[in-house]
Design a protein around this ligand. Structure first.
Ligand code: TYD
Ligand code: MG
Length: 442
């Protein structure tokens, strides 16, 4: 093995022989990290690809008509919100990366999933971050004590691989991939080389023994995985666990999934007894809502295929400085500026001397344009000091010329609102619907 130090861009994988401040390929600043690569001949049994033989020979591809008949049995954790996001259970031999900010609840979620699965199979939970006593302490608090749930405090890759070989678990959990390191390479745990090499070796185990592996990975503040992006390419599924650490709600989404849809979202609440599933998010998010509150509007948001009702609050107050402040929590600030401009130009509101604050209740982030109309009406309600009707649910996109546009999943949103007693729906209709309504009038 012949090792060479190179510098690799964290965002686009551009390789340079020396450290540079800005990537010439993707223009990102400060993205280069030291990496060690093997430039020697691949050794026997090494993971690098061996050169293709001249006499490779042909293989016969399988017809999809036949291969579709065998159905893989997936492992169900019986934590519905988790199983649904992953695509109806864990596929044997798959590698899942669960990423999220420190303290969001990754270890808690995997411990709960592991305990449930340990009722059916042997689960090996390898933690390089916490001692067995710490894991046992948390498990005890959450009343999780399955016999087949085995914990190990280890960060050496070779020891972990040997243990897997000896124990033959049905599910392997690594908490976290950034603290595991191999003796084969220099460089500390968390470096690009270590993270990539350890992932590749574990992937090999997953594929050859048909054992699923869950890797926990930390993300940095800007949302990228600490360590190389390459991890996302290697694994089958990337799950992102997010939410505001100071709010109780947590969202689990699939960013990539080779075995299921990417649109599903699981909603959890962090309580004293660990993470509890939220099966009826609308009711949860509307809890504690004040009657006839000024500046409050209810919108119907979609997370994946599921609609739920959320409260948007706005506060417009006279600014004491010349320059009015606009602040948004859970809503895009640029979109808020547009909505304020629309209100000023088309509804003739004078918001020049008003500070406008937006808050989406429950720490939820509204990223769809469908929330526009509710935000706009919440601002109007606060500015005019009049509450919106208690039973109104509002959704629709607001365009730059003040027009309203229909949003996707219109019917689903309508049904969810009606189910919870929101009878006054404020949402744009399509041109066709308006024509039909007019025809019926005549
Ligand atoms: P943890 O799962 O350790 O987060 P991560 O692995 O993503 O870093 O848990 C994070 C926080 O959750 C921790 O600060 C305490 C809190 N917590 C609860 O509120 N209730 C609980 O039952 C548990 C286990 C943790
Ligand atoms: Mg943890």
């Amino acid at each position: 093995m012949k090792l060479k130090t190179v510098y690799i861009c964290n965002s686009c994988q551009y390789e340079s022989s020396k450290w540079i401040g800005q990537c010439p390929e993707c223009n990102t600043w400060n993205s280069f990290a030291e990496d060690v690569i093997n430039v020697g001949k691949p050794e026997k049994g090494s993971i690098s690809r061996t050169p293709r033989s001249a006499k490779a020979g042909a293989r016969s591809p399988t017809s999809l008509e036949l291969s579709g008949q065998t159905k893989t049995i997936r492992l169900l954790s019986d934590i519905e919100e988790f199983d649904r996001v992953i695509g109806d259970g864990i596929v044997p031999g798959s590698m899942i990366l669960l990423s999220g900010e420190p303290g969001i609840g990754k270890s808690t979620l995997t411990l709960q999933v592991a305990n449930n699965l340990a009722k059916k199979i042997k689960v090996l939970l390898v933690s390089g971050e916490e001692s067995v006593e710490q894991i046992a302490g948390r498990a005890g608090r959450l009343k999780l004590n399955e016999k087949n749930l085995l914990a190990l405090n280890e960060y050496n890759l070779e020891t972990i691989l040997e243990t897997i070989d000896a124990e033959k678990p049905g599910l392997i959990i690594i908490d976290s991939i950034q603290v595991i390191s191999s003796m084969d390479f220099p460089g500390s745990a968390g470096s690009i080389t270590q993270v990539r090499y350890c992932t590749e070796r574990l992937l090999e185990v997953a594929k050859t023994t048909n054992t699923p592996v869950i890797l926990i990975g930390h993300v940095t503040k800007d949302g990228t995985l600490a360590g190389p992006k390459v991890l996302e390419h290697l694994v089958d599924t990337v799950l992102l666990f997010e939410g505001d650490r100071f709010q109780q709600f947590r969202l689990l989404r699939a960013n990539k999934n080779r075995f299921g849809p990417c649109s599903e979202v699981g909603i959890f609440e962090m309580t004293e007894d660990g993470l509890t599933e939220i099966k009826n998010p609308s009711q949860q998010f509307l809890e504690g809502r004040k009657q006839n509150a000024i500046g409050s509007a209810i919108t119907v948001a979609m997370e994946g295929t599921r609609p739920f009702l959320v409260e948007v609050q706005a506060l417009a107050s006279t600014s004491s400085f010349g320059f009015p402040k606009r602040t948004a929590n859970g809503f895009d600030l640029n979109r808020l500026q547009i909505l304020i401009a629309v209100l000023e130009k088309y509804a003739k509101f004078n918001l020049q001397n008003q500070d406008v604050f937006i808050n989406v209740v429950g720490g939820i982030k509204l990223s769809e344009p469908a929330a526009d109309l509710a935000v706009l009406m919440a601002i109007a309600s606060s500015y005019l000091k009049k509450p919106l009707p208690q039973t109104s649910a509002i959704f629709g996109e607001v365009g730059l010329s003040g027009e309203l546009r229909k949003v996707i999943h219109h019917e689903k949103r309508l049904k969810e609102a009606e189910k919870l007693g929101f009878k006054d729906i404020v949402s744009p209709a399509t041109h066709k619907e308006i024509q039909t309504a007019l025809r019926n009038l005549n």
